[in-house]
Design a protein around this ligand. Sequence first.
Ligand SMILES: Cc1cc2nc3c(=O)[nH]c(=O)nc-3n(C[C@H](O)[C@H](O)[C@H](O)COP(=O)(O)O)c2cc1C
Length: 217
Amino acid sequence: MKLTVFNGSPRGKGSNTKTILEHFLNGFMTTGGNTYEVVYLVHIKDSDNFIKLFEEAEQVLLAFPLYIDAMPALVKTFIESLEPLCGRKSNPDIGFIVQSGFPEPIHSRYVERYLKKLAVRLGCRYKGTVIKGGVEVIRATPNWMNKGLFKSFFKLGKTFGTTGEFNAQIMRQLLKPEKLSKWHFRFFKLTGDKFYWDKLLKKNNAFEKRFTKPYIK
Ligand SMILES: Cc1cc2nc3c(=O)[nH]c(=O)nc-3n(C[C@H](O)[C@H](O)[C@H](O)COP(=O)(O)O)c2cc1C
């Protein structure tokens, strides 16, 4: 099986999306004869080539982080660039991986509905959307703490490599917990927002602007 993978993170090769995909693809490659190509959508100057690669693909996997309850702008731009291919008979099958900072997959449910509809409109067979929350933590913690997550993506890739489908049981395991308990939520707000994200905002000189709404006149 030949898989064309689009990584939609603005962080490109330094992204959590890449880390997760690496484990998925290691599993995928355990089946002899499988091949893959990874395309980084952040390399916008190659965007004409993205459409060509999609057009020629047998199977497509589009993986991206959740940004503001949706997708990064470069993913939306890519999707819109596919419009000329809508309804083409030979469009590839398509599956998605959406990973987010908040641990609750419920945040990704709207984009999941969008992606399902997108596949139908493109005329691609929809293979499903793998959703995983709480992924930012992998860059702030040592690898051994994320062994379970990496193993799940390896197994997901391995079964995908043999069946061409996402394994429903592994997908369900990745979804847990759909919603945090009240206490777990408070703990997450404190450690995630106060210590991690605020520090990142300050490091990037963006802390003071964090509630800015440039779209409101
Ligand atoms: C601008 C921005 C917006 C984000 N919005 C959300 C969000 O709405 N919900 C969420 O759960 N995580 C959000 N996140 C967190 C990312 O989804 C998370 O850190 C992800 O693992 C980043 O993956 P990447 O390294 O592949 O880009 C946001 C991160 C950034 C930088």
